[in-house]
Design a protein around this ligand. Structure first.
Ligand code: HEM
Length: 278
């Protein structure tokens, strides 16, 4: 399928690069919720470190220029990146050609590439709502984690593990889950991203019994707050939760994976895209 890809090339001085990346982490909230944006990626040049390339896949050039630019998400996006507009060297739309494919590298051979990142998940079809949007966005996630950690505090298996829990913990986990499920990158921008999340589990020695209770209570809470109950959503939700809790156990154990090895994983619908009447 032919797709519209926008490339924006920037030259950013070393002193401005941290602020630039932070600005884009903020701006990406708008991209993550814009129905015209399929996905995006900001890359930093290895040979010439003052160069960056932003790649955005749009549902069409018109959807970008009319839909997004004239829509509700653009003001926040532009406010974040406005200081860098003069640093743009090229901004163009390209159409993909038939030359596309995967390389010969074996992803499973990159054992240390854990935890998985986008690279292992095929993108959703254009126009598919994000999992985050499907489940009701940040409001639904806040409600979910509030109810869930309420149960955790009362649970004989989990209460001791969370005895020192910060009152803000439910909100932080909600922001993490939002990012995993294709919503805003607030956890990365404000909370330290994957390294912070992973390091919060180090040395905790989470047992299988605790892990299983965590997943059970989260699913009970999903029912209680009325998250969508369709098979496709619940399958992909549990896919992440099962993987995430098992990763938490690995991080909490004696030989944890490196905490800074990855970005926040971005879950896609995969085998079970949402069923929508045609
Ligand atoms: C999908 C599974 C999981 C996710 C997404 C998750 C998410 C998180 C996040 C984002 C934090 C850091 C919050 C912050 O920014 O401060 C955190 C901390 C923590 N997690 Fe997990 N976690 C998962 C599984 C588990 C499991 C299975 C346990 C134990 C049974 C656990 C125990 C803890 C504890 C004790 C903390 C520190 C809480 C505090 O002191 O405030 N996590 N988790």
């Amino acid at each position: 399928m032919v797709t519209t890809v926008e490339y924006v090339r920037y030259r950013i001085a070393p002193d401005d690069q941290q602020a630039f990346e932070k600005a884009y982490a903020k701006a990406s909230d708008a991209l993550a919720t814009a129905p015209e944006c399929i996905d995006y990626e900001l890359s930093h040049c290895q040979e010439e470190p003052d160069r960056y390339v932003l790649r955005i896949r749009w549902t069409s050039v018109e959807d970008h220029l009319q839909g997004f630019r004239e829509g509700e998400h653009f003001p926040a996006f532009f406010a974040a990146i406005r200081p860098y507009v003069t640093a743009i060297e090229e901004m163009r739309h390209y159409l993909t050609t038939d030359v596309v494919g995967s390389g010969g590298a074996d992803p499973s051979g990159q054992a240390d590439a854990r935890p998985v990142t986008d690279a292992k998940h095929a993108p959703d079809a254009p126009g598919t709502p994000t999992i985050h949007a499907w489940m009701g966005g940040d409001t639904a996630l806040d409600r979910l984690t509030e109810v869930f950690y309420g149960h955790v505090r009362e649970d004989p298996v989990l209460a001791p593990v969370f005895a020192g829990m910060d009152d803000e913990h439910p909100r932080h986990v909600a922001r993490w889950l939002a990012e995993v499920f294709g919503g805003p990158s607030a956890y990365t921008a404000d909370r330290g991203g994957h390294p912070h999340m992973a390091s919060r589990h180090l040395g905790r020695g989470i047992t299988e019994q605790q892990r299983r209770r965590w997943t059970d209570l989260l699913q009970d809470s999903a029912d209680e707050v009325g998250l969508p109950a369709d098979p496709e959503f619940r399958a992909v939700f549990l896919y992440y939760i099962e993987w995430g809790t098992r990763m938490a156990v690995l991080y909490s154990g004696g030989n944890p994976p490196p905490v800074d090895a990855a970005d926040v994983p971005r879950w896609k619908w995969g085998q079970t895209p949402p069923w929508q009447p045609s």
